[in-house]
Design a protein around this ligand. Structure first.
Ligand code: ATP
Length: 192
């Protein structure tokens, strides 16, 4: 089974993330997508970053009953900061029968050569890259491990959603309905 890993802080998850996850899960040879929630770095606490388990819960609520997408908390128990190459090694050991690939935006591919052990990652894993507006993909675009996808893009970010919540503006339809309902009844993102 081939799993695509989509990393993010998902603070909170929004439909831009889910459109990408569902696109690559259904329109490529990937069997599944795991949305890997990045934990809070204990040495660099960020005021606006919600608690790990709250963000994970919202990712699960957002995915709902889609059998092709799952939430993963694998990085919660890894030393911080967790580098992708190390997370991949842990996953390989934990799930020896699965093949792991990465999913990233073109902006990330452009700076991928700065990632820890990027050549090792590329030698062992496919990378599914979705194009982002006004972003050059860089030299790695033609690497045999890199697959470029044309996914529909939505111009929203978690930052925008947090700002709306703080300003008491509606985020309905920008996040999946159960995520909206949960956030309506919670104090998440209301202060700071
Ligand atoms: P923030 O605004 O807090 O920086 P974000 O919305 O960019 O958050 P992340 O958790 O950083 O969300 O995103 C995880 C991944 O999803 C990143 O690789 C990011 O580039 C990508 N991403 C975020 N928003 C979109 C979007 N609207 N369309 C496509 N990809 C997105």
């Amino acid at each position: 089974m081939k799993i695509g890993l989509f990393f993010g802080s998902f603070n909170p998850i929004h439909i831009g993330h889910l459109i990408i996850a569902n696109h690559v899960a259904t329109q490529t040879d990937l069997d599944k997508v795991w949305m890997v929630v990045s934990p809070q770095n204990p040495f660099k606490p960020k005021k606006t970053l919600a608690k790990d388990h709250d963000r994970l819960h919202l990712v699960r609520l957002g995915i709902g009953d889609n059998p092709k997408i799952e939430a993963s908390n694998v990085e919660f128990s890894l030393p911080q900061p967790s580098y992708t190459v190390d997370t991949l090694a842990v996953l390989k050991e934990k799930y020896p029968d699965k093949e792991f690939a990465l999913i990233m935006g073109g902006d990330n591919l452009q700076s991928f050569h700065l990632w820890k052990n990027y050549e090792q990652i590329l030698s062992q894993h496919d990378i599914y890259v979705y194009k982002r507006p006004n972003t050059d993909l860089g030299d790695l675009a033609t690497h045999p491990r890199v697959r470029i996808c044309e996914a529909p893009l939505l111009d929203i970010s978690a930052t925008y959603i947090r700002e709306c919540i703080k300003a008491r503006k509606s985020i309905r339809y920008l996040v999946p309905e159960p995520v909206w309902e949960y956030l309506e009844g919670s104090r998440m993102y209301r202060e700071n």
